[in-house]
Design a protein around this ligand. Structure first.
Ligand SMILES: [Mg+2]
Length: 234
């Protein structure tokens, strides 16, 4: 029934929190090692720093899902707010931002079952497309490091597409690029807002990946809590 599957990346294919921690630790090490002239001392230990960073970026990305900022704006806002609140000072913002981004591009911890699922879907003949809100070059680099980029026919990433999920224009442009009508494509992702509601508004069927215990029954066409269970529906 479906010819293609659009698949979210973060917290669907790649495990967001360990990737985030890895890039964060690398960025902190780099700025406190190489930019000592610009970086003020912080009172916080490394776990407290990460907790602060994660809460700030989480809040801003959640606001972006509701249209308060674009994803591109969030990428600028969270390094600034983090450096200020951590006590690193404004001169640390640019070095931190660049160090984090450089490290992020190689982070590639897979969600359990992700590679098996992608390979099985390809074997079944589905065309696979990544659908993510971020920078295209970073997401492609991460998928490549994870050994799964070759399983995707193309990557639809918001900064390349020109719109962020859940904007219906993101999905319309992605459909235009793969040349398929909405009823021939299934969208799979862990975000109710960006992946499920957004894709439904564009006319796609959806599969909600309920990763967190707090996730409740969704209005998606299908719901799974293990990626491999998608094979029961397609
Ligand atoms: Mg996600």
């Amino acid at each position: 029934m479906y010819k293609a599957i659009f698949i979210d990346i973060d917290d669907t294919i790649l495990d967001y929190i360990p990737c985030c921690r890895e890039a964060f630790d690398a960025a902190i090490e780099k700025i406190t090692d190489r930019f000592t002239d610009r970086v003020q001392n912080t009172e916080l230990n490394s776990d407290e720093l990460f907790e602060l960073f994660f809460s700030i970026s989480g809040r801003l990305f959640s606001e972006a899902k509701h249209g308060l900022h674009s994803v591109a704006e969030v990428m600028e806002l969270y390094p600034a707010e983090f450096c200020e609140k951590a006590g690193y000072g404004p001169a640390a913002v640019e070095p931190f931002k660049h160090a984090f981004r450089a490290a992020w591009g190689t982070t590639h911890t897979l969600v359990p079952g992700a590679k098996d699922l992608l390979e099985a879907l390809r074997e079944k003949g589905y065309r696979l497309f990544a659908a993510s809100n971020s920078f295209g070059y970073l997401q492609r680099s991460r998928l490549e490091h994870a050994g799964v980029l070759h399983l995707f026919e193309d990557t639809y990433i918001s900064m390349d597409i020109g719109y962020d999920k859940p904007d219906i224009r993101f999905y319309e442009e992605a459909l235009r690029r793969c040349g398929l009508p909405p009823h021939e494509v299934l969208m799979v992702g862990d975000s109710m807002t960006t992946d499920i509601i957004g894709a439904q508004q564009a006319g796609l069927d959806t599969c909600f990946f309920a990763r967190r215990p707090s996730d409740e029954k969704s209005p998606a066409t299908f719901q799974i809590d293990d990626l491999r269970d998608l094979l029961n529906f397609v």
